[in-house]
Ligand binder design. Structure first.
Ligand code: UN1
Length: 507
């Protein structure tokens, strides 16, 4: 029994309004659960590896046609997708809340990120340009052109169940690619809804957007492997754990396919002596507790300067003690549930290890909001005297390890002294400290911020990180280049054949 209103009827109604066939929702082996109430919302049939192979073949055929459509026209399809997302924003966001447990404003924010990337990609569809380069040969021209790549495989995680697909897919479609998506087994329903919205946009676009341009694979390892191993998938963009990346990366390398990996993060922030502590408190609170600590950019390690530690950390603890945890559908709630029991168990095991390493834990206990099948917790703040092993480990839950520092160089070294390299921040009003942090001697992460927490990046920048985070970049800047192939063209408009490097070969 759940103490909260059931999520089942609401989820079914949302799915129907979003265009998902109700017949697809029952009778299968994959249980789609709501972390909000712990209820099973639907039971979906999983695709077989053979079906995955057929979907990839169809997507390849779709790509062969789609690559002939001019890029700005391809942008029109993505513009139409953005229109569908605008119209469906509240429904899709509500479904994200029910299936992933995000609070309402974060569910809406996730769909807004999808709309933003569609707008971005629509504009980009007129800007897929290459360079003209100086050639050493007379009467020659050298240039580069960017061509569509093929079928792009997208593997996404539960915590951004729809936005991650869109960062990849919106770019891939304007680049002339087809997309085959394997969403997390924990969040198949939002994926079905997005696929239905895409098909609405495709119908409005007309016959130039072929069948199978976007395909969805529901299931686990078998369909994931089919996608990773298929010779007609030249790029797989995979978001998830470092453990998953260790499986996917070498398999792609073995067949010389491209990997775009967005894996674990163990993101830190430094609170310097001059930090604006009011702003820092808000930045740290959102980054560490928001999304119940289940973003890859979540703040997990905090280095606080000795001179402000005693002024700042008690205020932060008070924020932890008072943050509203509960039904993510309810007004005012800031922290919703963990995704499942495994996440809860991992959090408790991490806290036990932290205690064993001398950590002083505040919070972290289970909160009974919706009975035994839903896993709500009070976010945990753990004061540590050093960066023990558990601190170097990414636990996908709201645990913030807080440590003191005296010297900024030591704090930067400690922040970099983990296997992951996604996101990082410094809170300071000191120009030298801020510039050092974002310099080549500063943070070694893909994202380095000043007076902003490490989470909540906009789509306009390239998103991703270094080291065990996998090195991939998605979304803005020149990330689109990963979804195309570059050709260098040299054209001789003269009547002689001068060879490069002065080589002679007169037959
Ligand atoms: C993730 O958690 O998988 O910067 C990505 C952010 C979001 C993306 C998070 N825009 O927090």
């Amino acid at each position: 029994m759940t103490a909260l209103p059931s999520a089942i009827a609401d989820a079914r109604a949302l799915l129907e309004r979003l265009g998902v066939d109700p017949a697809a929702l029952d009778g299968g082996a994959l249980a789609a659960r709501s972390p909000v109430t712990g209820e099973v919302l639907a039971r979906l049939r999983e695709h077989t590896a053979d079906e995955a192979g057929r979907a990839i073949e169809t997507a390849h055929q779709a790509y062969l046609a789609w690559r002939k459509v001019p890029a700005p026209r391809r942008g029109e399809l993505v513009r139409l997708l953005g229109e569908e997302l605008r119209a469906a924003k509240t429904d899709l966001a509500a479904l994200v809340t029910l299936e992933a447990g995000k609070v309402t404003s974060e569910g809406l924010g996730e769909v807004q990120e999808m709309i933003d990337i569609c707008d971005y990609a629509t504009g980009l569809s007129r800007q897929l340009f290459g360079l003209t380069l100086a050639t050493e040969r007379p009467s020659h021209r050298m240039m580069e052109t960017w061509h569509p790549l093929g079928v792009v495989g997208v593997i996404s995680a539960f915590n951004f169940p729809v936005a991650v697909w869109s960062w990849n897919a919106a770019l891939a479609f304007v680049c002339g690619d087809a997309v085959v998506w394997k969403p997390s087994e924990k969040t198949p329903l939002t994926a079905l809804a997005v696929q239905a919205l895409f098909e609405k946009a495709r119908a409005k676009f007309g016959p130039d957007a072929p069948d199978g341009l976007s395909a969805l694979l529901i299931g686990g390892r078998a369909v994931g492997e089919a996608l990773v191993d298929h010779p007609k998938v030249p790029l797989v963009s995979a978001t998830g754990s470092t453990a998953m990346g260790r499986q996917v990366g070498p398999r792609l390398a073995a067949r010389f396919a491209r990997a775009l990996l967005e894996l674990g993060g163990n993101n830190a922030a430094i609170v310097a002596p001059s930090a604006d502590l009011d702003l820092t408190l808000r930045g740290v609170a959102f980054a560490a507790m928001g999304t119940a600590g289940q973003r890859c950019t979540t703040l997990r390690r905090l280095f606080v300067h000795d001179s402000v530690y005693d002024a700042f950390v008690p205020r932060l603890k008070a924020a932890y003690a008072s943050v509203p945890v509960g039904d993510p559908r309810a007004d005012g709630v800031l922290v919703g549930p963990l995704v499942d029991k495994a996440a809860f168990d991992a959090m408790q095991a991490a806290l036990d290890q932290a205690r064993a390493a001398g950590g002083a834990v505040t919070g972290g206990a289970r909160v009974d909001i919706a009975g035994p099948d839903a896993f709500y917790v009070a976010p945990a703040l753990v004061e540590m005297d050093r960066q023990a092993d558990i601190v170097r480990h990414e636990t996908f839950a709201p645990i913030l390890y807080v440590m003191r520092y005296g010297d900024l160089a030591d704090a930067i070294a400690a922040q970099n002294d983990v296997a992951q390299g996604l996101s990082s921040s410094i809170f300071t009003l000191n120009l030298r400290e801020a510039e050092l942090f974002v310099s080549s001697e500063g943070s070694d992460c893909g994202i380095a911020n000043v007076n902003i927490g490490p989470s909540g990046a906009e789509i306009g920048g390239a998103f991703g990180g270094e080291k065990e985070t996998g090195g991939g970049r998605e979304a803005g800047s020149d990330s689109w280049k990963a979804y195309m192939r570059r050709a260098t063209n040299t054209i001789n408009h003269g009547t002689t054949l001068p060879l490069a490097q002065g080589v002679t070969f007169d037959v």
